[in-house]
Design a protein around this ligand. Structure first.
Ligand SMILES: [Cu+2]
Length: 137
């Protein structure tokens, strides 16, 4: 989504950082992956190494973005809303709000290793709320 890069460049450079949960309110259409009640949209997103991917909770429900740890490419960093260090920590901590991003909040992750990354939403995994980020060289 090239448009986001242009907006990010033209807008406030302070708005986006490498921090995990940015907590910005919905504003410019400068995110890559949105969310519905039980799905990531798009469910598959392609980017390139070193690019920041931004998720925004465009729904009214609380969600998480949590990597499937066992499927990470070799050498790739684990990522999750709530800054958990592992998938099991994120699952264990879930109580309805721990690690969640709520409506209008954002989460970002910069992918430094090429490959395919699968992730899910802790409370809605069983409903099929899973996604993939494909990171190309
Ligand atoms: Cu969810």
């Amino acid at each position: 989504m090239r448009r986001r890069r242009f907006l990010a460049a033209a807008g406030s450079t302070a708005a986006l950082s490498t921090a995990g949960c940015l907590g910005l309110s919905a504003g410019a259409d400068d995110w890559d992956v949105g969310m519905t009640a039980e799905a990531f949209r798009p469910s598959e997103f392609t980017t390139t190494v070193g690019e920041e991917v931004v998720w925004e909770n465009t729904s009214s429900r609380a969600h998480t973005v949590t990597a499937y740890e066992d499927t990470l490419p070799d050498g790739a960093a684990f990522f999750a809303t709530g800054d958990f260090e592992s998938e099991s920590a994120a699952r264990d901590a879930w109580d309805g709000s721990q690690g969640a991003i709520t409506s209008g909040q954002r989460f970002s992750h910069t992918f430094e290793v090429a490959g395919e990354y699968s992730y899910f939403c802790v409370p809605h995994e069983k409903a099929g709320m899973v996604g993939t980020v494909v990171v190309e060289e």
